[in-house]
Design a protein around this ligand. Structure first.
Ligand code: PLP
Length: 350
């Protein structure tokens, strides 16, 4: 967060800790005989990794997944470092940090395995690529002796299309099942948020939800159970009464169809409220909807406030940000809607 001593922050992210915990419990239950870890990379999907980790740890979560070593350091005083997994693995420049911290790398390639073995790194995890063809050890790279001498806790793989019903899920599952018999690991982990809903075959000992912890609807059948966690709010900077035909915002993409009251709020694409919300998003004040009119600017958004005569400069409005709806409105993925939330919000957990 950026902060100005004495100044009030003009935008805030209201964060519902009860909803986060409730989402975790739902996903842990839905993981059946497996336990649920948590993906907390990218600063807890934009919400604040430290607060997220503290709450999930209290709710019983014991496996936290970040992408970078710096992200592991950022939470290593909150949970035991050996509960933290660094998904992007261990590069040449990471070895010292990895050994000193005690978080565990997800080893993604034969080169990373060799690096870890030579460094005497100790307990680790291994990622098998079962078809996303991104990070991980391809089945064709597994040779006899590859895992010799490693102390492997988790063998993992990652689904490419768990939010869809095509054939790829079952294909990846079959390949994962085939390969794990060759990896001497304590635990197996396969499913992300959407994967959990694919059923018991996908659960194994540990699941790795991210998106749905934070309110994302990864598959439709979760919609009744997953609660919104993040609620962006912005302060009204100015209110103007404009005549019919007045243009609003950059490039005049909106013209007032009649005389209108327009409220300009302190929020913009620099805060992750991207231009896809131009002329399509909305905010609420006192239960009344205020549609976004005109283009989203870097630091400003204009709203049709004609329906709220009691709105004053300095009042707060709450943006419509239920992720599935906001995704449809903006053309952004639910992931982008969360991870893009910027550094200018005052983040307030309740
Ligand atoms: C981000 C990530 C997850 C979490 O996925 P969601 O779709 O957000 O639930 C799980 N596993 C890996 C390897 C990831 O990179």
């Amino acid at each position: 967060m950026i902060d100005a001593p004495g100044a009030q922050m003009p935008l805030r992210l209201r964060l519902d800790g009860g909803a986060l915990t409730s989402n975790y419990r739902f996903l842990a239950n839905a993981s059946g005989s497996g336990v649920a870890g948590a993906a907390v990379k990218a600063n807890g999907y934009g919400l604040g990794a430290r607060e997220v980790v503290a709450r999930l740890s209290k709710a019983g979560c014991r496996d936290f997944f970040v992408a970078h070593w710096a992200e592991a350091f950022a939470i290593a005083d909150i949970v035991p470092p050996d509960q933290i997994t660094v998904l992007n693995g261990v590069g040449e420049g990471d070895i010292m940090a990895a050994l000193s911290l005690g978080a565990r790398p997800m080893l993604n390639s034969p080169a990373q395995i060799e690096r870890w073995r030579v460094a005497g790194g100790g307990r680790c995890h291994v990622m098998i690529d079962s078809g996303i063809n991104r990070l991980g050890i391809g089945p064709e790279q597994i040779s006899s002796g590859l895992f010799d001498g490693l102390d492997i806790d988790i063998v993992a793989s990652h689904l490419a299309s768990a939010d869809e019903d095509g054939p790829q899920n079952a294909q990846q599952l079959a390949l994962f099942r085939q390969v794990i018999s060759m990896v001497p690991a304590q635990r197996r982990s396969f499913a992300n948020s959407a994967g959990i809903m694919l059923g018991p075959d996908y659960h194994f000992e540990l699941t790795r939800p991210g998106l749905s912890l934070y309110g994302g609807i990864a598959r439709p059948q979760m919609a009744a159970f997953i609660k919104q966690v993040a609620f962006p709010q912005a302060q009204v900077l100015q209110i103007r009464d404009l005549p019919a035909a007045a243009p609003v915002g950059y490039n005049a993409t909106f013209r007032c169809p009649a005389a209108m009251r327009v409220a300009t709020i302190s929020l913009g694409y620099a805060d992750g409220y991207l231009r896809g919300f131009s002329n399509s998003g909305a905010a609420k004040f006192d239960g009344t909807s205020l549609p976004v009119i005109g283009r989203v600017s870097m630091d400003l958004v204009t709203l049709d406030a004609s329906g709220v005569q009691n709105l004053r400069e300095g009042d707060w409005v709450e943006l419509d940000y239920t992720l599935a709806d906001a995704s449809r409105q903006s053309g952004l993925s639910q992931y982008e809607l969360l991870a893009g939330l910027g550094q200018r919000y005052w983040r307030g957990w309740q």
